[in-house]
Write a protein that binds this ligand. Structure first.
Ligand SMILES: Cc1cc2nc3c(=O)[nH]c(=O)nc-3n(C[C@H](O)[C@H](O)[C@H](O)COP(=O)(O)O)c2cc1C
Length: 202
């Protein structure tokens, strides 16, 4: 078993940081926000997950103060759009750092659809979307109390959009049919969920 402390791994054995290959796959927060001048912003975040159930809450973390975290904190609102296999190229396009004012929606050839309860629009082509109001926005700290320059935004889900084509006759969302994509370890690695297995709790 290899053991190391993160600052002191054997770079001959592990030239690339394995952290994100270990905590994998990670669902992708495809986050739409609105900037201070009304600009539409859209970007993927793999430091993302559901963090609470009742009420439902989701969170994403920005490495450095990027626009999505800044805008979500500024307006108090964001929308999560589900990245699926059919939207993988468009999702990837939206990770490009564009000048402020140029929207990733247009750049990636995506249409925006109005949200119901928040100002940021959702990705019209996304089969699921969650409208959120921000409840926490914190700069993470290290164990020494030093600022980590990583910004966590947690939102409470206040509106849910589901494409009815993915709701089965028995009233379940068909996750495998949606084919959500997820982030794996290294720059180019992803996973796609196409099948599920069942296991009951003891
Ligand atoms: C699949 C994927 C996941 C990403 N996850 C993160 C992340 O968790 N944190 C982060 O800071 N950047 C992440 N990025 C990079 C951002 O999407 C990229 O820096 C983007 O330009 C940020 O846009 P914004 O400034 O409009 O928020 C990811 C990129 C991709 C393609």
């Amino acid at each position: 078993m290899v053991f190391y402390e993160p600052h002191a791994r054997d770079r001959a054995l592990l030239p690339h940081d394995p952290f994100k290959a270990i905590v994998a796959p990670r669902p992708i927060g495809w986050v739409s926000t609105i900037g201070p001048d009304g600009e539409l912003n859209l970007a993927p975040y793999s430091f993302f997950n559901a963090v609470g159930e009742d009420p439902p809450m989701i969170g994403f973390s920005s490495t450095g103060a990027k626009d999505s975290a800044t805008f979500a904190a500024g307006t108090g609102e964001f929308v999560w759009n589900m990245p699926t296999w059919d939207l993988r190229e468009a999702m990837n396009q939206t990770s490009k750092a564009l000048p402020r004012g140029q929207s990733e929606f247009g750049f990636a050839g995506l249409e925006a659809a109005p949200s119901r309860l928040v100002a940021p629009p959702r990705v019209a082509a996304a089969h699921c979307a969650l409208e959120c109001r921000v409840v926490h926005q914190v700069e993470l700290k290290t164990i020494d109390g030093a600022p980590a320059d990583q910004y966590l935004v947690v939102g409470q889900v206040i509106g849910v959009h589901i494409d009815e084509a993915y709701i089965t006759d028995d009233g379940r969302v068909d996750t495998a049919a949606l084919k959500p994509i997820a982030r794996c370890g290294y720059r180019e690695e992803y996973a796609v969920v196409e099948s599920l297995f069942a296991m009951w709790r003891p």
